[in-house]
Design a protein around this ligand. Structure first.
Ligand SMILES: Cc1cc2nc3c(=O)[nH]c(=O)nc-3n(C[C@H](O)[C@H](O)[C@H](O)COP(=O)(O)O)c2cc1C
Length: 334
């Protein structure tokens, strides 16, 4: 049975990739992910703020003399908050490449088109097989129009693409008024893959302390529907590879995403909940399902449920929404 998959030009042994998470913070975990069957590992993100703070701290240090190092750290307190600095990040890429046989994808997380982008070159030199760009940004400024947000994405992508020769994936948020058009523009800007979707930080209110409460909840399998919709719509319509990144708990979600048209399927929450070895369970169950249903390769399944290939393409559109609402029967009423 052929599980091999191609993702932005990288030849992978299967379609399951470990997405960016704290699991990749140390080499042993990266090796365990490979042992469990991960076809590639995306490292946790290095943030624009880290790079900018580090440069600023260094400038401050150089301009004030070596004795003021402690002072410069307190001047930029955030520098101390990050466990892994840029140099250690590059070392981790080198070590991971040395210790594993799978592609190691570095992750850069930033929103502005500033000097941090050049760090992608260093990631490439350290041995990263590709770069995943996470342009996480919440446009809370009410004066910023949508097209400016989109233009910013495109500028950042073009800047990163022009500084490296390895493939560049872009992890996107679903919050665009025309997701398909934005995807096409990003594709045209040279992105080698789209990763759908980023999970946004959504603050909650703590009713006891009357404070905004930052919280990060792990995903559930029912969250696959939004990425599934867009993967199904984009499959066959753009050059860039498609990675599904949300709600993969078991082989079922992997199969659905591949059928919608994903080139690879990524997982984090399930591994944080059940441990790295759960990846091997997902892989085994995928193989078992394919055997039972007489599929010979992942390629054979890929895209069979995309919008282009389903019998009723309107199933993804407004018409179906109306049908669904009309057919709803409330299971809670007698
Ligand atoms: C604890 C935690 C840390 C994460 N760190 C990063 C990160 O550094 N960079 C990034 O792009 N995504 C990060 N993510 C997002 C995941 O890579 C993934 O896209 C998201 O969790 C959805 O996938 P899932 O449903 O399989 O968890 C993180 C997610 C979690 C839960």
């Amino acid at each position: 049975m052929k599980l091999n998959s191609k993702y932005m030009g990288l030849e992978l042994k299967n379609p399951i990739v470990a997405s960016a998470s704290p699991l990749s913070r140390n080499l042993d975990n990266i090796k365990s992910l490979e042992d469990a069957g991960a076809a590639a590992v995306v490292l946790f993100s290095l943030f624009e703020e880290q790079l900018i703070h580090e440069n600023a701290a260094m400038d401050h240090l150089l301009s004030s003399g070596a004795n003021s190092f402690a002072e410069s750290l307190s001047y930029f307190p955030d520098v101390e908050d990050y466990e892994v600095g840029p140099e250690n990040y590059l070392n981790l890429i080198r070590q991971a490449r040395e210790a594993t046989d799978i592609p190691i994808i570095a992750s850069l997380n930033g929103a502005s088109n500033k000097g941090w982008i050049e760090f992608s070159k260093k990631m490439e030199q350290a041995g990263a097989s590709a770069i995943e760009l996470n342009t996480y940004r919440i446009p809370v400024d009410l004066n910023i129009p949508g097209n400016e947000v989109e233009k910013n994405y495109i500028n950042v992508i073009k800047a990163v693409k022009s500084s490296v020769s390895i493939p560049v994936a872009v992890k996107l948020s679903p919050f665009f008024s025309s997701m398909g058009h934005v995807s096409k523009q990003i594709d045209a800007a040279g992105a080698d893959a789209l990763v759908l979707f980023n999970r946004f930080y959504q603050p909650d209110v703590d009713l006891e302390k009357l404070e905004i409460h930052p919280s990060l909840e792990l995903s559930q399998a029912n969250e696959i529907r939004l990425p599934l919709l867009w993967i199904a719509v984009l499959h066959g319509n753009i050059k860039a590879s498609l990675a599904a990144s949300r709600g993969v708990e078991n082989a079922t979600e992997v199969i659905k995403y591949i059928m919608a048209g994903a080139d690879v399927v990524m997982t984090t929450s399930a591994l944080l909940k059940k441990g790295i070895s759960h990846l091997s369970v997902i892989l085994k169950d995928l193989q078992k399902w394919m055997e039972d249903k007489d599929y010979e390769s992942v390629e054979q399944m890929r895209g069979c449920m995309s919008q282009k290939n389903v019998a009723d393409p309107t199933a993804f559109e407004r018409a179906n929404y109306i049908k669904v609402l009309e057919s709803y029967e409330n299971p809670y009423l007698p």
